[in-house]
Write a protein that binds this ligand. Structure first.
Ligand code: NAI
Length: 707
């Protein structure tokens, strides 16, 4: 027996315990251990039934995700779990699976092979494979419909969302909920069923439904998946696999599932989603910061400025249970800010996201104020006043004066230098950027901007705080636009150029939406407000290099008062519900302006649109990496997926470039360079990797940049 699995017995009931901390993943050694235990049990006449349980805090929370990568790279392709599950089900003595924590993925499949399942009330069951672009690969799609019915099986395998024990009981996944000690309850259950014939899940057909009922379930599921999980392979394949359970004998259904599983496993989508899974865990690893670095405890916070961002950030703290002061410059602005927060909470209650009571508790954690009076008591302050260096410096001087030593002083600036802001304080080591994305209470991304003096404690605290706040914090360096917005500039520049060169605004947005972006770049501009970029461009016009092409159409739209959604018109026109419709006037304006500027319009393909916009991201991303403003290419991917609506199943812009092949991306960028000039100068790092036949992912693993 491996040390991952133990066999003991309790007066005629054998007990198999899986002990593979932290989550009892089905790593190599675990299935073998269970199998050996079953052999011993079969030979032991004193044993009448078996309880299979997880040691520690959970049953089996899933497969070992690293194994998937080994399978696709040809390093491991064992028999998988299927033979073990058959062996459990064929065992002459009943096997009772006892579940606490989570039975997810392979863990759920393992549980379903048992003859009975008992669970504590807090247990959860699920087939989340679809979230990694996969489908269950150990008969989950075959056994689940036999236990829970076809509709529930489809729902669980397609959404990947878990059910709790009570729902699992209702749907026949669980046979009994154990109140009190799980093991004792499971052993008692085992004594009740010992000696009786053990029902095999795979032989149960009573819940498999009729062909007519099922046809409807499958067609509705396919339609919904096509709409809600647009472009994704795994949900469609999960439906195919459950369908196989309804029209094939079990063994053939398993073969069909295997084929579909392999198709998903080797797909770029699954590889990308697995990359995202690991990259999200990697972001918190900062090469020059030792693991044992102390953190600063953040029990209370303050936000300066109750505008769009400040109000949202205060909600983020309140939602996470951290009391927060919200300071404004005058009463009217404070009232406006609070009214927005209240209406946001009221909307969430109306939509059923949480109860009125929870909304009130959250609201109570936000203390409005017009003074710095209570600031000496807080552990962290986030400044979110208007974007202007002079004002920010004034605020930081005040904070330096009133806050206690050691308190973290953070700025939500989106463009200004953290070092310059820090320089106005007597404690630059306590100053850092925390760049939230709008709406701050919704968007998951938090760019943490490390200034040249930010202390390691402050950096680590902010990374940890991001988690507490339900965000994914990515450490970036202090450059203009930091990482996300710095890349977004060239991306949106190309979108505008494409319109000037003859592509319709709708065609540009559609091409990128078809690629999988949550929203096209021009519609995104309308949402954020075209005037934001216009103001910045006006302010920085003196920095523009003469002779370098600049987009001009958005500035012209702004001159017409078309700022986007907030003025009812931008690239599109909007009704009072902010629903977009195309506006033929825009096309006409553009044609006129372009003619005046002497630009010749032409037909532009969807492929050119996506290549130009996406490779503009990649080229800038490569520069950022090379300059050390991001630690890893995968950090950039996480930024784009969580802050900019980049499709996770493409893995992020840098991973996408790796998938296309850097040589191809580089060649295309060289082509754009020849056609469009200097702005397309290929990033040296991209050139180097393309010539060496390497990838961004590779350098991410070996280089520790200095972000
Ligand atoms: P906003 O204009 O909505 O709000 C700024 C608020 O600060 C106003 O309510 C103003 O009354 C208040 N304020 C000004 N001086 C103050 C003082 N001395 N004390 C207290 N309050 C004061 O601006 P928004 O959009 O919320 O931006 C705030 C910061 O967040 C800026 O630095 C901006 O660049 C950054 N940011 C904005 C994003 C956005 O999408 N709007 C996204 C990410 C960052």
């Amino acid at each position: 027996m491996t040390d991952l699995v133990q066999l003991t017995s309790d007066n005629g009931i054998a007990l198999i315990t899986i002990n593979n901390p932290p989550v009892n993943a089905l790593s190599p050694g675990v299935p073998e251990g269970i199998s050996e235990a079953l052999d011993k049990i079969a030979q032991d006449d004193s044993v009448k039934a078996t309880v299979l349980i997880g040691g520690g805090r959970t049953f089996v929370a899933g497969a070992d995700i690293k194994e998937f990568g080994k399978m696709t790279s040809g390093k491991s392709r064992g028999a998988g779990l299927l033979p073990l599950l058959m062996k459990i089900e064929d065992s002459a003595k009943p096997v009772i699976v006892a579940v606490h924590g989570t039975a997810f993925g392979g863990g759920m499949e393992l549980a379903m092979a048992g003859h009975y399942r008992v669970a504590v009330a807090s247990a959860q069951f699920g087939q989340p494979e679809v979230k990694l672009g996969l489908i269950p690969g150990a008969a989950g799609t075959q056994r689940l419909p036999r236990l829970a019915g076809v509709a529930k099986a489809v729902e669980m395998c397609v959404s990947g969302n878990p059910v709790n024990a009570e729902e699992a009981l209702r749907f026949g996944i669980v046979d009994r909920i154990i109140n009190g000690d799980l093991l004792a309850g499971a052993v008692a259950f085992a004594r009740e069923v010992a000696g009786k014939p053990a029902p095999k899940t795979r032989e149960r057909i009573e819940r498999l439904g009729s062909a007519t009922e099922n046809a409807l379930i499958f067609s509705v599921a396919r339609e919904t998946a096509a709409k809600k999980q647009r472009g994704l392979l795994a949900p469609a394949r999960a439906i195919d696999a459950v369908e196989a359970a309804t029209n094939m004998p079990f063994e053939e259904g398993c073969k069909a599932e295997q084929k579909l599983f392999i198709e998903c496993l080797f797909s770029d989508q699954s590889k990308s989603l697995i990359h995202v899974f690991f990259s999200e865990r990697e972001v918190a690893k900062i090469p020059d910061i030792p693991k044992e670095t102390k953190t600063i405890s953040v029990r209370s916070a303050a936000v300066v400025g109750a505008g769009t961002m400040g109000g949202g950030i205060a909600m983020v703290f309140a939602n996470a249970g951290i009391p927060v002061l919200l300071k404004e410059a005058d009463q009217a602005a404070l009232d406006r800010g609070l009214a927005t927060i209240q209406s946001n909470y009221a909307n969430s209650v109306k939509r059923g996201r949480f109860s009125q009571q929870i909304a009130e508790e959250r609201l109570k954690r936000i203390t409005p104020t017009l003074t710095y009076g209570d600031f000496p008591n807080v552990d962290l302050v986030i400044e979110a006043v208007f974007e202007g260096m002079a004002l920010k410096k004034e605020v930081f001087k005040d904070l330096d004066r009133v806050c206690r030593p050691g308190a973290i002083l953070a700025s939500n600036t989106s463009t200004l230098s953290i070092d310059e802001i820090a320089s106005t304080t007597s404690r630059p080591e306590s100053v850092i950027g925390t760049h939230f994305f709008s709406p701050a209470n919704v968007m998951r991304l938090l760019e943490i901007v490390r200034g040249k003096s930010s202390s390691k404690e402050v950096v680590v605290t902010c990374l940890q705080l991001a988690k507490t706040l339900g965000k994914v914090g990515v450490l970036v360096g202090n450059c203009r636009g930091f990482v996300g917005n710095r890349m977004f500039g060239p991306y949106r520049r190309e979108a505008q150029f494409l319109v000037e060169e003859g592509a319709g605004a709708e065609a540009v947005d559609q091409a990128l939406a078809d690629f999988g972006m949550a929203m096209g770049p021009l519609a995104t501009g309308d949402l954020a407000g075209l005037d934001v970029g216009w103001r910045i461009r006006k302010e920085y016009r003196h920095l523009e290099v003469p002779g370098i092409r600049q987009p001009f159409v958005e500035d012209r739209l702004c001159e017409l008062g078309r700022y986007g959604q907030k003025t009812g018109a931008g690239w599109y026109k909007y009704d009072d519900q902010r629903r977009a419709a195309s506006d033929p006037a825009v096309g006409e304006f553009v044609r006129k302006w372009v003619e005046e500027a002497g630009v010749v319009q032409r037909q532009i393909s969807a492929a050119e649109i996506t290549d130009r916009c996406l490779y503009a991201l990649v080229n800038e991303g490569a520069r950022i990496l090379e300059e050390g403003f991001a630690l890893r290419a995968s950090d950039i991917d996480i930024i784009y997926i969580n802050g900019y609506g980049f499709p996770a199943h493409r893995g992020g812009p840098m991973w996408h470039a790796d998938t296309v092949g850097l040589k191809r991306v580089y060649d295309r960028i060289c082509e754009f360079h020849r056609q469009h000039g200097e702005i397309w100068q290929p990033a040296p790092l991209l050139k180097q990797l393309a010539e060496q036949g390497r990838t961004f992912a590779e350098i991410g693993r070996e280089q520790g940049a200095t972000a």
